[in-house]
Design a protein around this ligand. Structure first.
Ligand SMILES: NC(=O)c1ccc[n+]([C@@H]2O[C@H](COP(=O)([O-])OP(=O)(O)OC[C@H]3O[C@@H](n4cnc5c(N)ncnc54)[C@H](OP(=O)(O)O)[C@@H]3O)[C@@H](O)[C@H]2O)c1
Length: 272
């Protein structure tokens, strides 16, 4: 990442999971080799993420330093509130720090974004977070990113946006890449909405892989960090088996051509 730290390119997302589901899923994922968990204040399961991480640490002997936990700021209410909310998230998770903390959304206007970004960088200096990033930063030519660049501030290490073969956000990807900002793909499975698409089915059959694995491999080969969500132990394991094959350039091209601007959750092009 731009700040010299490393982020595992593959992780578990825990959106729309209850506390008990999250605790179990986090432990299963870590047992299956995942080392990166993506939560948020919004998901109301930061406490369960912390519990799942601790369950695994206790049973495995793996160290906290080897696990990468991300959370996100929910409310854009200003500098003091941001630091208060971050401390509350850490207390809920019973963690000393988050490896990555994101502004969940760019809402609130330019002055608010500048203030929140200052809070993020100060949180990093104070050791509450190791790395600072953003999510859903968008608008024409990523105006949201460009205003950070224009201020000369330290840049976010990642921008987490929806990315999958049916939603490529090419303009945002290119403008992040230009500045060395990594792309993190939310909804990397397109929420399982296109698993029966004929191209996905044909490519899956060719590599003897599942539609989910094809989506994830496509994201990884584009250099995205992918954080598929599953509450099922079998699917958590299935999703992690994406490092033993490579999609050919022709198949990547076929998958690239599926882009239809599919919106699976919120439409990030409409955020102010
Ligand atoms: N920054 C943001 O604004 C934002 C927005 C959305 C998401 N996110 C993050 O990104 C993560 C992933 O995105 P997402 O949860 O929206 O969607 P996703 O990972 O694309 O898809 C999750 C859906 O796919 C199903 N699924 C998972 N693996 C499967 C498999 N192998 N076969 C069949 N179905 C499978 C899951 O069901 P089961 O659970 O039943 O397996 C769930 O319904 C989130 O959990 C969250 O951490 C961030």
């Amino acid at each position: 990442m731009l700040d010299g730290r490393k982020v595992p390119a593959f992780g578990l997302g825990v959106y729309e999971m209850s506390g008990p589901q999250t605790r179990a899923a986090v432990a299963w994922a870590l047992e299956a080799g995942y080392r990166h968990i993506d939560t948020a204040e919004w998901y109301e399961n930061e406490a369960a993420v912390g519990d799942g991480v601790r369950d695994f640490l206790a049973s495995s002997g793996v160290s906290r330093d080897d696990i990468f936990v991300t959370s996100k700021l929910m409310h854009n209410r200003g500098y003091d509130a941001a630091l208060r909310d971050l401390r509350a998230s850490l207390r809920r998770a019973r963690l000393d720090y988050f490896d990555l903390y994101l502004l969940h959304a760019p809402s609130g206007g330019s002055a608010m974004r500048a203030e929140l970004w200052r809070a993020m960088l100060d949180a990093k200096k104070a050791g509450l977070i190791k790395s600072a990033g953003v999510s859903n930063f968008s608008r024409e030519a990523t105006k949201h990113i460009e205003e950070i660049v224009a201020r000369g501030d330290e840049l976010p290490v990642v921008n987490q946006i929806d990315l999958h073969p049916f939603q490529r956000h090419l303009e945002y990807v290119e403008s992040c890449r230009k500045h060395g900002i990594l792309l993190e793909a939310w909804a990397p499975l397109a929420r399982a909405m296109r698993f029966e698409h004929p191209v996905i089915e044909t490519v899956a059959e060719k590599y003897s892989k599942t539609p989910a694995q094809i989506h994830l491999r496509w994201g990884l080969q584009h250099g995205f960090i992918v954080i598929p969500k599953s509450a099922s132990r079998n699917r958590i394991i299935e999703n992690s088996r994406v490092f033993d094959f490579e999609l050919s350039a022709d198949d990547m091209e076929q998958l690239d051509a599926l882009d239809e601007n599919l919106v699976t959750d919120w439409d990030i092009t409409k955020l102010d």
